[in-house]
Structures are given as structure tokens and as C-alpha cells.
Write a protein that binds this ligand. Structure first.
Ligand code: ADP
Ligand code: MG
Length: 694
């Protein structure tokens, strides 16, 4: 349970003054729905109002705070002209300008003859200084209400800066004094202050340097966040390590059959990774390993051979995929090989219902099924294995740590877990997503793959592209046509794909198929299998095909509005072709003119197919914030920490977390219990459940 001291921070943001029902939605979109989200929403700019010139000293273009006496009001002669108020001090006079002003209101805020302090942007007009719509107008006795240093927050359309400033101030007034979770000596070395002071300092920058991510206050908060992340992963990891493992030692008979039936030789990288996995399985402790391999690097067969090891030893294995399409595809790929091996393979997704589901569950429970492939359905309550020894989680980035653990828990004693990911994550980031999982890398592609010929064309050339598809079809090609993610909405994406489908169907007839996220799973399957069979030659799709789909005969990939996709996504999509031995091509259709980043992305796509290089470039182009924030990446998103610039803090957090957990694995000591508060603060409650007295 969340400690009481944190309650105020987890109150809804709408409980803050100034955030009504209308702004609430905007604030939620911008920062989040809780008070604490506003605390993590740090200023991006600073308005310095400390320049206090006399009127004769003001400079054109500066932000000035000026002490004046109000003079004559000059209402406009017609509504299009501004309302002017003359003001003066002992040195000179200037004009304050208002458009669409209400005279009664101005007479009240700026009564003639009164002294006022004005702060705002000064501009010279025909040699005379003037200030249009001052940001602040206060009486001299209210001077302290005028912020001489004003934090400026990132906004979203419709949300006024003043509202978010007010809410942020109110959120700061709720800051509790929390027990210190950082090591005292480390804090001294870094020149950091308490959490509370740091939050306050981060929201009240005094110079532009204070806005940098390495400013002490921000660095401390970033470190807090990274430490919470590493600690949470560490706790989970430790817990898994503690569960007893059991040696799973197969005799190789099934593997031998399957290897003999493969139409290819395993690559050195596949053999090496398989050895690493088998070493873990045969050892007494529990495996938690990440198999990282770019699209098309051949992870599936590695996973199958490891699963066969478990089956040889008399156990069951399971493979979980993030989507229905993928689960079916894995099942289809594995089926002939399992047949060769003479073992029983089954598929379990949300669609296996009724009697069929009952049968499968019974066969899983009594051990008749050797390998079960499926979606999330695999870890539903009613699925009980007879003896699950090995679980493979494919394309893990769509799953969370918690789901990973659920599957493991199914196995009871010592289920080994292999997580496979095609997202080529830069090394540093692996740490944030997986902590210290062991890693095997398939850093070599199966031989004979020809490079994908990648070109970029402006969308105006679309007609020409459609013409060239005809020639490709004549050569026997199968084609993906991917329509862009317009919004984070399946419905709207589907509409774009539906239109394009109609268009291409008008040209090419019924060899054009369509698959998108709004379709029923059964419809998707039937389209996919017709594409695989070659009945459908052009498949119009949204990004549902992004992950894992494998149709080796497809050799042309057209990506419409390529400028709207991230680099990692483009890479994943392109990875759908170039899988067989045919020569493949990828056409990136873009809307001109290209922005700088989009242009760089397309250039990189043309330069390389190396997923790891692409991931590094992606990180560089976007900054980790954005990369990590995107839903697709599945990596944890950090509110404050900037992984691209704070790799050293990440490494320190990793070491720190390990050290803490080796001395106080249940987080029960003084620092340990403060660290629990930290975990709650960053909403890593999930990890706390794995502690003894969580
Ligand atoms: P991914 O790593 O993207 O999941 P897959 O396992 O789907 O890759 O493999 C991609 C394709 O490469 C499949 O058609 C598979 O049969 C083939 N393949 C896998 N290993 C090899 C190999 N060593 N030599 C040739 N082809 C291979
Ligand atoms: Mg795969």
C-alpha cells in the first residue's frame, strides 16, 4: 500500500486550484492526471524580469519591469485601433497598448494618477518605447506577487501558461518532507539537496543553466527516477533468481530430427545463442535471458530448439506472442517441424473457445501437449500446465515486466524464461528495460540475404509507383503497401487503409487485400493466409504487420507517408521484405517538403539495414525522451531522466541498486524503507509486491 505521506501527491490534478473540468483533460494529456505528474512536468523556459530600468533606460526588445505613474487614457477612435494608456516616471514617458480592450476594466487596473509596476516586453514604435499587453500589472505594495523569474512550462493547445504555472505552484505547496533515500556521501559528492528542495529548485529556475538536465536539482530527480527503475527491475530479478531452478537436460533426439529437416544451416550466431540458452537450462538456476536479434535474424528456430530441449527432458514449453496474427504464424511455422519431431503442438488464443478450449486446457494440464503457442490467453487463470519448464516470450516489448512474471509463475518451480525482442535496443537502454538480464545477441543474418533496395520518392509520384507495381507483379512479386499511423486510433488509420485499398483494387482487381486493426481476428487471419498463399498479391495494411510477420515471398514494401513513421518503425516494416532469396525493394513515399529529422531518418534508412546502428541513430535524432516515450518502443518512459545525455547516471543507478539489494534484499533497513517510498513515488508498486512485506 502506498504510504500515507504520499497521498497528497497522488490526489487528482483537478483538486488543484485553477484546474476545472475543461483544463483537467488538457493537463492530463500534457502531464498526467495526478498532482505528482505536475511535479514531474518541469519548466522548459525562463522569463527573467529582473531588469528594472527607468523609462529613459529601456532597451528595444527587452523584458522589463518598470515602476510608473499612470497618466492619460486614450480610448481608440474606432474598434480596430488600440487603446492607449500613457505612463511616466521621472525620466520619460511611454505608452501601454491594448487591443480589444474593455475601458472599464483598464480604468480599474490602471487608474489615472496611481503608481503601478508593469512587467512585459518593450518595443520601440516610431522611436518611442511601448509595452503591448503587459504580462503583469501590480500595485507597489503587491510587488512580491510579481515573479521576477518566471518558469515557463511546455504547453498543449488550449492550456494557458498561467493556469499551468498556478497548478505547478499549488502542487509544490503540497510537497511532503520525504525520508532521504539517497546515499549521503553520494549526494554530497554530487552537490545535491533533499528531494523536496530539488523539486522546488527544478520548478523555480534562476538561470538558463538551471533548465539543463545536468543542473543539480534536475540531475537529482533524474537519478531518483533511474534508481527507482533499476531497483524495481533488481527486485523482480532477485525474486526470480531466488525461486529454485531445476536442470532441464534433454538428450538431443528431437533437436537432431528437426535440425536435419531444416532447409538451412544454423548461423554461428544462432548456434552460439542456442548454446547460451541450453547452458542456462542445464544449470540448476533459473534462466532469465533476453534474445536480441534484428528482424529476420532467425530467432524462431533458436526458440524452437530450446523448447525441444525441454520436451526431450519430459517437460512442456510455451511461447507467447503479442498478437493473434503472430501467434498463428508461429504456430504455422512450428507445426511441420513439430510433426517431424513427433510431438504435440497446440495453439491457444482468445479465439479458441468452448469445447475446443476445454479440450486444449485438459491436454495442457495432463501433459499431452508438449508445446503451447498463444497470446496473452496463455497466462489466464484457467490455464494450468502439467510441467512447464520453459517459456518463450516473443516480441517482448509489447508486454510488461509483470506479464512476463505471470507466465513464469505458471511454471511453478523454476520455469526458465527466454524473452525475444526484435527491437534493436541500444546497449545502454537494454539496462533500463531489462535490468541485468543475461543477453544473447543474434548479430548475424542468415546467409544469402540480398540487401533491400531502399528508395525515397515524393508522394506526387504515387501514380508512377502504382505503375511500377504492375511490372513487379508481372515478375511475380508480392507487395506490402503500408498506410500511415494517422493518429493513435485504429479507426482513423483503418480509414486511410480502406481508401488506399479501394484505389488499388480499382487498378489491380481482387488480388488486392486489406488488413487493419479494426478487423476481426478471423478476418485478419484469412487475409494473411491468402497473402501467404499468393492469392492476394498486394496487401494494404496499417502497422498491424509491423511486428514479426513473415511471408518470405513478399519482396516489395511500399510505405506511404514514410515521414510520419519513426526510424525504428520504418526499420521494422522494411524487415518484412528481404526474407527470402528474391531481390527486395522498399519504397518510402513521403510528403514534401521533408522536415530536417524526417529527412535524416529517410537518409539513414537508405544508408543501412543494421538494426543496432539504426537504433543508435534513432536515439540520437530523437533524444531518449521521445524514443522511450513512444508506445511502440515498449521501453520504459522516463519523465525526467534523459537517457541519451545521462548514461553515466544510469550506470550509477544500476550499480547503486545492485549494492542496495545485495545488502538489504527486502528493503527493510533505514535506507531500504526510504527506497520503498521512492518506488511508490515513481509508481513502481509492482516491484514492491515482490518484497517479503510488500
Ligand atoms: P525473426 O528473428 O525476425 O523472428 P525468423 O525467425 O522469423 O526471424 O526468421 C526469418 C526467416 O529466416 C525465416 O523464414 C526462417 O526460416 C529463416 N531462417 C532462420 N534461420 C536461418 C538460417 N540459419 N539460414 C537461412 N534461413 C534462416
Ligand atoms: Mg520473430
Amino acid at each position: 500500500m502506498r504510504p500515507e505521506i504520499l497521498f497528497p501527491l497522488f490526489a487528482p490534478a483537478r483538486s488543484l486550484p485553477g484546474i476545472g473540468p475543461r483544463l483537467e483533460k488538457l493537463v492530463e494529456k500534457l502531464a498526467g492526471s495526478k498532482v505528482v505528474d505536475l511535479l514531474w512536468h518541469l519548466p522548459s523556459g525562463l522569463i527573467d524580469r529582473r531588469s528594472r530600468p527607468k523609462i529613459s533606460e529601456v532597451r528595444d526588445g527587452e523584458i522589463a519591469t518598470i515602476d510608473v505613474t499612470v497618466g492619460l487614457h486614450v480610448p481608440p477612435r474606432n474598434a480596430r485601433l488600440p487603446y492607449r494608456v500613457h505612463v511616466f516616471d521621472e525620466t520619460a514617458e511611454m505608452q501601454i497598448v491594448f487591443f480589444n480592450a474593455r475601458a472599464d476594466h483598464l480604468l480599474k487596473t490602471l487608474p489615472e494618477g496611481a503608481r503601478r509596476i508593469l512587467s512585459g516586453h518593450v518595443e520601440f514604435y516610431q522611436g518611442q518605447p511601448q509595452m503591448t499587453h503587459p504580462d503583469h500589472i501590480v500595485r507597489p505594495e503587491d510587488m512580491e506577487k510579481l515573479p521576477l523569474l518566471e518558469a515557463v512550462y511546455p504547453l498543449t493547445a488550449g492550456l494557458p501558461q498561467k493556469a499551468i504555472q498556478k497548478a505547478a505552484r499549488a502542487a509544490q505547496s503540497l510537497l511532503p518532507d520525504l525520508p532521504e533515500w539517497q546515499d549521503a556521501q553520494w549526494m554530497r559528492m554530487q552537490g545535491w539537496h533533499s528531494w523536496r528542495e530539488s523539486v522546488q529548485a527544478a520548478h523555480n529556475p534562476r538561470s538558463l543553466a538551471d533548465l539543463e538536465c545536468n543542473a543539480p536539482a534536475r540531475a537529482r530527480l533524474a537519478y531518483d527516477e533511474l534508481l527507482a527503475n533499476q531497483l524495481a527491475l533488481g527486485v523482480v530479478r532477485l525474486r526470480m533468481r531466488k525461486l529454485p531452478g531445476r536442470p532441464v537436460i534433454g538428450d538431443g533426439r528431437l533437436r537432431k530430427k528437426v535440425i536435419a529437416a531444416l532447409p538451412f544451416q544454423l548461423t554461428a550466431a544462432q548456434n552460439r545463442s542456442l548454446d547460451e540458452i541450453l547452458d542456462d537450462m542445464t544449470s540448476g538456476h533459473r534462466m532469465l535471458r533476453l534474445l536480441q536479434g534484428d528482424v529476420g535474424s532467425g530467432k524462431t528456430v533458436v526458440a524452437l530448439l530450446a523448447m525441444l530441449n525441454a520436451v526431450e527432458a519430459g517437460f512442456q514449453a510455451a511461447m507467447m506472442a503479442p498478437t493473434e496474427i503472430l501467434a498463428r504464424q508461429h504456430h504455422a511455422t512450428l507445426a511441420p517441424l513439430c510433426k517431424v519431431a513427433g510431438i504435440r503442438l497446440e495453439l491457444l488464443t482468445g479465439r479458441e473457445k468452448g469445447a475446443r478450449r476445454v479440450d486444449i486446457l485438459a491436454a495442457v494440464a495432463n501433459g499431452e501437449i508438449d508445446i503451447l503457442v498463444g497470446t496473452h490467453a496463455l497466462f489466464q487463470e484457467d490455464v494450468g500446465f502439467h510441467a512447464l519448464a520453459f517459456a518463450v516470450v516473443d516480441e517482448q516489448h509489447r508486454f510488461g515486466v509483470h506479464q512476463r512474471l505471470m507466465l513464469t509463475a505458471k511454471g511453478g518451480v523454476g520455469t526458465d524464461v527466454l524473452v525475444m525482442t526484435a527491437t534493436p535496443i541500444p546497449r545502454t537502454l537494454t539496462l533500463t528495460a531489462y535490468g541485468d538480464m543475461d543477453v544473447s545477441r543474434l548479430d548475424e543474418k542468415p546467409p544469402g540475404r540480398m540487401p533491400v533496395d531502399t528508395r525515397a520518392l515524393p508522394l506526387e509520384r504515387l501514380d508512377g509507383v502504382v505503375g511500377s507495381l504492375r511490372r513487379a507483379l508481372d515478375r511475380g512479386a508480392q507487395i506490402y503497401w503500408v498506410c500511415p499511423l494517422v493518429e493513435e486510433s485504429d479507426e482513423i488509420d483503418a480509414a486511410a487503409a480502406v481508401d488506399r485499398h479501394l484505389h488499388l483494387q480499382a487498378v489491380f482487381g481482387d488480388i488486392v487485400g486489406l488488413v487493419h486493426g479494426r478487423m476481426k481476428a478471423s478476418e485478419k487471419d484469412s487475409v494473411m493466409s491468402r497473402f501467404e498463399a499468393g492469392d492476394i498479391r498486394i496487401l494494404v495494411a496499417t502497422t498491424v504487420i509491423e511486428v514479426g510477420v513473415n511471408v518470405p515471398s513478399a519482396t516489395v514494401m511500399v510505405i506511404e507517408h514514410a515521414e510520419r513513421f519513426g526510424l525504428a518503425q520504418l526499420h521494422q516494416l522494411r524487415g518484412r521484405v528481404g526474407r527470402g532469396d528474391g531481390k527486395s525493394s522498399c519504397l518510402l513515399l513521403y510528403q514534401a517538403p521533408l522536415g530536417e529529422t524526417a529527412e535524416a531518418r529517410i537518409r539513414i534508412m537508405r544508408e543501412t539495414e543494421d538494426g543496432f546502428r539504426i537504433a543508435e541513430e534513432d536515439l540520437r535524432l530523437r533524444g531518449a525522451g521521445e524514443l522511450l516515450g513512444t508506445r511502440q518502443s515498449g521501453l520504459p518512459s522516463f519523465r525526467i531522466a534523459r537517457i541519451d545525455e545521462q548514461r553515466d547516471l544510469l550506470t550509477a543507478a544500476y550499480d547503486d541498486a545492485r549494492l542496495v539489494l545485495s545488502g538489504d534484499p527486502e528493503l527493510e533497513g533505514k535506507r531500504g524503507s526510504a527506497l520503498r517510498t521512492l518506488l511508490y513515488l515513481f509508481e513502481r508498486d509492482e516491484a514492491i509486491r515482490y518484497l517479503r512485506s510488500g
